[in-house]
Ligand binder design. Structure first.
Ligand SMILES: *Cc1c(COP(=O)(O)O)cnc(C)c1O
Length: 298
């Protein structure tokens, strides 16, 4: 469906550091960020079954929601262009004179942008009614939903039974739900919440069946650094350190907080000896382009 997607680009990077080697813990990072420069990381996995469904049912246009820096908007625009679908982005907030990098790129990729006030944006149902068009296939904000989780479950193809803990960032929680679905009973899925939204766990649970609800999973809410997309200087400095020590690039919204949380848990002896972690590098690096030039060394 999308020729520029090459799953062989995904690889596992093992991080070496005395902090965990001394505790006999292995830290692997699954580099799905490498999959594609625009349809980065988990966004492809979350989108694929929606796009397939839309094509199977004969829809010509994909419509979805997002903010000015949304990786989901960027990925949807590009994926639709390649799949031969039209795309519409319902964008939170008024149009500003200087479009964000994300939105200018989405527009270049053919996405029609419709700006909606922050207040109106909260009511997706109203928007859908107001903009009704029989050719439009709607995808929830961030790809939230069962088709998204089904695609995200395929990330588990790169994780084996020896991994005891799978750690991922959460926005809508769709990827985490998919990972829980694919996990074995001896494995634990840990979500690092990038938002100050503790109700997220209910959104995740509502994508799970009874059997999946019995599995081991936990959402940790203490690593948001002030809230969604907030990136205080401590976080930027941490990102520079991670790059220097492990040549691992991270983004300001999700994966920097994810890696920070994982390291913090190791330091606090959250994991037993002989644990083997798989941290999902879910992508999102395009979001760093909204920082002032040269803020980061990668
Ligand atoms: C969108 C995104 C997430 C969040 O995924 P959800 O399925 O919405 O929880 C995590 N990491 C990155 C890099 C993302 O772009």
């Amino acid at each position: 469906m999308i020729s520029s997607i090459d799953l062989n680009k995904i690889f596992v990077q093992t991080l070496k550091d005395d902090l965990w080697i001394n505790k006999s813990i292995v830290v692997d990072v699954l580099r799905i960020d490498e999959l594609h420069p625009v349809i980065s990381g988990n966004k492809w996995f979350k989108l694929k079954y929606y796009l397939k469904d839309a094509l199977d049912k004969g829809f010509g246009t994909i419509v979805t929601f997002g903010g000015a820096y949304s990786n989901h908007i960027a990925a949807t625009a590009f994926a639709c262009k390649e799949a031969g679908l039209k795309s519409v982005g319902i964008i939170r907030g008024e149009e500003s004179k200087n479009l964000s990098h994300t939105l200018s790129q989405a527009r270049l990729d053919g996405m029609q942008l419709i700006f909606v006030s922050r207040n109106d944006f909260k009511n997706e149902k109203n928007i859908k009614t107001r903009l009704f068009n029989p050719d439009w296939y709607w995808i929830n904000t961030g790809g939230y939903g069962l088709n998204g989780a089904r695609g995200a479950a395929e990330i588990f193809n790169w994780i084996d039974d020896s991994h005891t803990h799978i750690i991922c960032a959460t926005g809508t929680g769709t990827m985490m739900a998919g990972l829980i679905k694919a996990a074995k009973n001896h494995q634990t899925i840990i979500g690092i919440n990038s938002m100050k939204n503790i109700e997220l766990i209910d959104d995740i649970k509502s994508l799970l069946c009874d059997e999946d609800l019995q599995k081991n999973f936990v959402l940790l809410n203490d690593y948001h650094f002030g809230g969604f997309a907030k990136h205080p200087v401590e976080l930027i400095n941490f990102m520079k350190d991670v790059w220097q020590q492990y040549q691992l690039p991270t983004d300001i919204v999700y994966t920097s907080k994810l890696i920070y949380g994982a390291f913090d848990l190791i330091e606090k002896n959250y994991f037993l000896e002989n644990s083997k972690l798989m941290i999902i590098h879910s992508g999102g690096l395009q979001g760093n382009l909204s920082l002032p030039l040269n803020s980061l060394p990668f």
